[in-house]
Design a protein around this ligand. Structure first.
Ligand code: CU
Length: 102
């Protein structure tokens, strides 16, 4: 039983070590890249390099950055495999997708 717990803890620690950070830049009223492919457990960081405030808001509501001011960032870790469409609430034509697949 102890071995089982030890292996489980080791697996969780390794997953954190190998979790990647993906950067989405917000520039010229676009999310770049528009589609980001990640593994479950990875983190996505949105950085606003635009002159206007923006948000990164999941269409289905699973994450919401709130206002990201110029020069600021927002990060979210995606724990499950899913394809999530998101948008900017201020500029609804700004669309992006996070594809988390193992
Ligand atoms: Cu916007």
């Amino acid at each position: 039983m102890y071995i089982f717990y030890a292996i489980s803890i080791l697996a969780i620690l390794l997953a954190q070590v190998f979790a990647a950070v993906h950067v989405v830049t917000i520039k010229d009223f676009k999310f770049v890249p528009q589609v980001v492919n990640i593994n479950p457990g990875d983190k996505v960081t949105w950085t606003n390099n635009d002159s206007a405030d923006h948000t990164a808001t999941a269409d289905a509501g699973s994450f919401d950055s709130g206002l990201i001011a110029t020069g600021k960032s927002f990060s979210h870790t995606f724990t499950t495999a899913a394809t999530l469409s998101y948008h900017c609430t201020i500029h609804p034509y700004m669309l992006g997708t996070v594809k988390a697949a193992s």
